[in-house]
Write a protein that binds this ligand. Structure first.
Ligand SMILES: Cc1cc2nc3c(=O)[nH]c(=O)nc-3n(C[C@H](O)[C@H](O)[C@H](O)COP(=O)(O)OP(=O)(O)OC[C@H]3O[C@@H](n4cnc5c(N)ncnc54)[C@H](O)[C@@H]3O)c2cc1C
Length: 394
């Protein structure tokens, strides 16, 4: 096996899955993550399709099953918290033959991380400041000042990828913004006292909450903004202020949820954007997950597709016995057309993602009341099956 020493930037879903498979296939991966510890937080994700298949190959299904949120239904509520429509989630799971979980992003990240395997070096609290590559190796200078050589480098550092910026150029060349912002955080001592995922809308805005074990509640906000907002990615105080001003007069439980925002430790806020690139690699450096092909929240599949890309990238490196030129090319050939289709289908939801009027909210509630699971499945669920992608055994 050639090119065994591989640095991965980012310990998110893509980076940890890649480290798992590279280690398993006989490589020597290391991870650099700019947070001081594994990042917590994030909304609840639907976990099905090809990502489920990868998790099965990783033998982490029993662990994921234990943290499956397993909520009974999705309910649309009005400002008095009265149910106005609902969707039975258990029937949907049955349609997928039980091959579906709803997981908190942080539970998924933790379980993959715990399964990476012995001996993988993980550097927390540092980032890459400079990258130089030659025919023979990649030289990386960390912000902390250290310089190290690796055979290959993979950017798995998310929508605002540092590796992509340093190697391919500014984010603005690749980011397509779809007119929404999203935020998520966990709060204590708040519960709606049910086992449902409760969703509330006013025109152009949506809030959902789910309470686990009585009093830990995860929130999930989305609002429309035709223009991109101006703030720094590390300026959490400013992001909290934006969210407050968007929702403080929106009614329902919004004031109470927002009153707890200052004590949250896992606040997440970002634009709903996709990343579209001509190529996912340059020389000895490749991108995986949101860094290379972010499908956005609109796809509902960012995490599962991050895992699938990581599996294919590691598998192709194994199959090419470390010949990165062959492996990176194959990774694109096998996975890029599929990802482009997923991005396109996600884009088609962009305009209708959040109802834009009270009539639109009423109509959405009525439709969900009337729709049977078989119609929902035809409309939405078949695309979650990813049946057009056949995962290779490596
Ligand atoms: C804490 C958190 C909460 C999230 N919550 C939501 C949500 O509520 N809704 C939603 O739609 N999406 C959310 N996401 C994004 C979602 O997880 C991804 O779209 C999806 O899982 C694909 O994962 P990824 O590994 O490619 O990227 P990510 O999950 O974004 O992981 C990227 C990792 O790289 C690290 N990183 C970033 N910059 C650097 C750097 N310069 N050097 C080293 N490491 C770096 C990050 O800290 C992170 O650990 C969240 C991501 C995180 C990290």
């Amino acid at each position: 096996m050639d090119n065994k020493n591989i640095l991965i930037s980012g310990a998110g879903i893509a980076g940890t899955t890649l480290a798992f498979w590279l280690k398993k296939f006989g490589f020597n991966p290391a991870i650099i993550e700019n947070s001081p510890e594994l990042r917590k937080g994030g909304h609840a994700i639907d976990f099905m399709g090809a990502g489920f298949d990868v998790a099965e190959k990783m033998k982490i299904i029993p662990a994921l099953k234990e943290v499956d949120i397993n909520f009974s239904k999705l309910v649309f509520v009005d400002s008095n918290n009265k149910e106005r429509g609902s969707m039975n989630y258990q029937k949907i799971k049955n349609f997928l033959n039980g091959r579906a979980f709803t997981l908190f992003r942080s539970d998924l990240a933790k379980i993959i991380y715990q399964n990476i395997g012995e001996g993988v070096e993980i550097i927390f609290g540092d980032t890459i400041a400079k990258i130089d590559q030659t025919e023979k190796e990649v030289t990386v200078t960390f912000q902390s000042g250290k310089t190290r050589n690796f055979d290959l480098l993979v950017g798995a550092d998310g929508l605002h990828s540092n590796v992509r910026k340093l190697v391919f150029g500014n984010e603005s060349q690749f980011e397509k913004y779809y007119g929404y912002y999203t935020s998520s955080f966990t709060i204590d001592n708040f519960s709606l006292g049910n086992n449902a995922f409760s969703m509330y809308n006013v025109p152009y805005k949506q809030v959902a909450v789910f309470s686990k074990d009585g009093n830990k509640t995860t929130t999930f906000f989305i609002f429309a903004s035709p223009e991109k907002l101006s703030y720094q990615h590390h300026d959490i105080a400013k992001q909290k202020q934006i969210l407050k001003s968007e929702f403080e007069n929106s009614g329902w439980k919004c004031p109470e949820l927002l009153s707890k925002i200052d004590s949250t430790t896992d606040f997440y806020f970002d634009s709903v954007s996709q990343i579209k690139m001509e190529n996912w690699y340059k020389g000895r450096i490749a991108l995986v997950g949101d860094a290379g092909y972010c499908p956005s929240l609109l796809s509902g599949k960012g995490s599962t597709l991050a895992m699938v890309g990581a599996y294919i990238l590691a598998g192709e490196l194994k199959q090419a016995t470390g010949n990165y030129k062959t492996a990176f090319e194959q990774y694109e050939i096998l996975f890029k057309p599929f990802m482009e289709k997923k991005q396109k289908s996600a884009r088609s939801f962009a305009k209708s993602f959040i109802p834009k009027s009270n009539f639109g909210i009423w109509l959405r509630n009525k439709i969900f009341k009337l729709m049977s699971v078989s119609i929902i499945s035809k409309l939405f669920l078949n695309q979650f099956k990813d049946s057009e992608l056949k995962l290779k055994e490596y």
